[in-house]
Design a protein around this ligand. Structure first.
Ligand code: SF4
Length: 665
């Protein structure tokens, strides 16, 4: 035997919400007064019994309640004066009126205010119809069948009524009534308020009933929608059975059936459906070998199982309201997708994006919104996709583009599509950042360095990209550098032993001894920070990242030009750079020193060179001899002086001959 549960079965969104609200109210430990339901919360005895066992008593009218009591308003709704009376008496109301029923209240209430006649198609004895009529001053034209439509059509002639329906009537009835109106020439404004949950159950009932050997409709005898399902089932399958619970099921009617269809009204709780199915599977199949009961119950369980927060569901749009879309998710509860959970452009409405029957994918954000609804979000689904993109980007070390939106403690918040991530201050740049404000509003690429999809968190780094880019650029630079190349560079900073020069992305060391052909005490004597200079690459060590540069190598070595630039007999200005016992060295230009022998310092006998000259002193000298090969220049100060005292012989004798001094040099 095969048991098939109809696609749409059991609690609808409105009933579910009402029950959840009622049970959670009943579970509250502290209450000022008593807790009541006024009339049947829903048309199901089992549910009412359970509520009673939790201390919720059913009353017939508000007269039975007093100040401080709490009354749960049933899902079918109450008329306007019910609310007014509760307020007067100080009775708290827990309003479980279904949102679709409330929508009808709004329509008829507005029509009443505008003096527009209201036609209400439905069962005049049903609580929903009574309550709705109470929102238009009990002046609705109530129509329960085509005959009544004909009578009312007479009184409606010359008017243009608004037509609404009880949420659970059959589409057929609405069609019949409108045909009567059309025939009578009545213009009307139709608002088809038949609930989709009803429509879906009715359609799947008709479809299933026509395919099975027997059709079982489970519902309370007072449940209007369950009874209508039974009518539909019977119309499509003579072997249709209406039961309230498993005990009512006469199994002998099913023993010869191979395929049994099963549907439950919108007010039938899941435990009753399970009981009935389990009962059938256990008993009818006793003699049958192929009883896939366990699998079957699994399927039932599956259809009754509720999605959890975080689940991604596929569903179908069931209803589109002003600020929410009701989504059928193929389980016992419907999902609610509120407008603030949908990414919409300014001016867009839900109706612009969705229509009934549309396939929809959404993320479950709450399995119970406090009112029994399963809250969905497509916006956060986009966020889920965005987080998945981040994960992929992190794995593949790909960059993503973000916009910096606000500064927070320790960093900034950066927006990526529908989600945001955090950039710590230290990751904003490859340089020290003191104030993040300067980055706000900027859009740039970042690397994803951490993603936590469970906690919806992501951390980005811009520094990682900058460092990588730099590394790449440096590698390229290294590739193009050769020892001996002359490259342009910028003096970046000094140390005592030289200067660091940026040669297009990498720094090289210009040692103090490589700056000038002359002797320097500090690079500042020749260079300034920011100077653009040409330097020669003296050595490269890529492994250690060291580059040695030379500046003096870009200029001719002075001794190579000495023959061209200087002649014996030239009188020049020079600087004393070194003093020895036998004389003083005088710099003619950087890297070109000549010796003034002690005997050539003055027109007198000089005992001690230090008494006559000081390092740094500028003196006039005459070139006495030039020997480029030996790199020697003999200078004389004396020869530039007017002849006065003869040079003391002893001094001349004691001093080493110039040749000896040159050797020492
Ligand atoms: S059948 Fe529709 S209108 Fe009635 S309670 Fe359920 S969801 Fe609301």
């Amino acid at each position: 035997m095969e048991i098939i549960l109809a696609k749409h079965s059991g609690f609808c969104f409105g009933v579910n919400r009402a029950i959840d609200m009622a049970f959670s109210e009943a579970e509250k430990k502290e209450r000022k007064g008593r807790l009541f339901t006024c009339g049947y919360l829903i048309h199901n005895k089992e549910v009412v019994k359970r509520l009673e066992s939790m201390g919720v008593t059913m009353i017939e009218s508000l007269d039975e309640a007093a100040e401080g009591d709490t009354v749960i308003v049933r899902s079918h709704g109450e008329p306007r004066e019910f609310y007014e009376k509760a307020a007067e008496k100080g009775i708290e109301l827990i309003d479980t009126t279904c949102v679709f029923v409330k929508k009808i209240h709004d329509i008829v209430s507005k029509a009443h205010e505008e003096d527009v006649p209201v036609v209400l198609i439905g069962d005049r004895e049903h609580q929903e119809v009574k309550a709705t009529n109470g929102w238009c001053g009990y002046r609705a034209h109530l129509i329960g069948n085509a005959e009544e439509a004909k009578t009312e059509a007479e009184s409606l002639k010359g008017t243009e009524p608004i037509v609404v329906c009880q949420t659970t009537i059959k589409e057929e009835l609405l069609k019949e009534v409108l045909e009567v109106f059309d025939a009578a020439g009545i213009r009307y404004d139709i608002r088809n308020t038949i609930c989709n949950a009803t429509r879906d159950r009715q359609e799947s009932c008709a479809e299933l009933a026509s395919q099975v050997d027997a059709m079982i409709v489970i519902g309370d005898e007072r449940s209007s929608n369950s009874k209508k399902l039974y009518e539909i089932a019977k119309k499509n399958n003579k072997n249709s059975i209406f039961i309230e619970n498993a005990e009512n099921l006469l199994l002998n009617r099913l023993t010869k059936c191979n395929r049994i269809g099963c549907i439950a009204g919108a007010s039938t709780p899941e435990w009753i459906i399970k009981e009935v199915i389990s009962h059938m599977s256990e008993n009818v199949n006793k003699s049958m070998e192929q009883n896939p009961m366990m699998d079957f119950m699994d399927d039932i369980e599956k259809s009754l199982r509720l999605p959890k927060p975080g689940d991604i569901i596929d569903g179908k749009v069931d209803q589109v309201m002003g600020d929410a879309v009701i989504v059928n998710m193929g389980c016992k509860k419907d999902g609610i997708l509120r407008s603030d959970e949908v990414a919409m452009e300014e001016g867009q409405t839900l109706a612009d994006l969705y229509k009934v029957g549309d396939e929809i994918k959404a993320k479950v954000i709450k399995s119970d919104d406090g009112e029994g609804g399963i809250m969905l979000s497509t916006k956060r689904l986009v966020a889920v996709e965005n987080y998945a993109e981040l994960e992929a980007a992190m794995e593949n070390r790909e960059n993503i583009t973000v916009t910096l939106t606000r500064a927070v403690n320790g960093g900034v918040i950066a927006a990526y599509k529908e989600i945001t991530g955090f950039i710590p201050m230290s990751q904003l740049s490859d340089r020290y950042v003191e104030n993040a404000e300067e980055f706000l509003g900027q859009t740039f690429d970042v690397r994803v360095i951490r993603v936590d999809t469970k906690r919806n968190r992501a951390v980005f780094s811009r520094k990682a990209i900058l460092v990588d880019e730099k590394r790449k650029a440096v590698a390229e630079i290294w590739e193009n550098l050769n020892v001996g190349d002359i490259v342009e560079g910028k003096v970046m900073r000094f140390t005592d032993y030289g200067a660091f020069v940026d040669i297009g992305g990498v720094d090289g060391l210009l040692h103090i001894s490589e700056i000038s052909w002359g002797k320097l005490k500090h690079p500042e004597e020749v260079l300034k920070i920011g100077d653009i200079i040409n330097v020669k690459i003296l050595s490269l060590n890529e492994e250690k990242g060291k580059i040695s540069l030379g500046l003096k190598q870009t200029q001719p070595e002075p001794w190579t030009l000495v023959g061209e630039k200087y002649q014996v007999g030239d009188v020049l200005e020079g600087k004393v750079v070194q003093i020895k016992d036998y004389g003083a060295f005088v710099e003619l230009e950087a890297g070109l020193d000549g010796l003034v022998h002690i005997s050539e310092i003055a027109n007198k006998r000089v005992e001690n060179v230090f008494d006559e000259l000081k390092v740094g002193e500028t003196v006039n000298v005459k070139i006495m001899e030039i020997d480029p090969d030996k790199r020697r220049i003999s200078l004389s100060i004396k020869a530039t002086l007017p002849a006065e005292e003869p040079v003391a012989e002893e001094a001349a004798e004691e001093a080493p001959v110039e040749e000896e001094a040159k050797e020492e040099e």
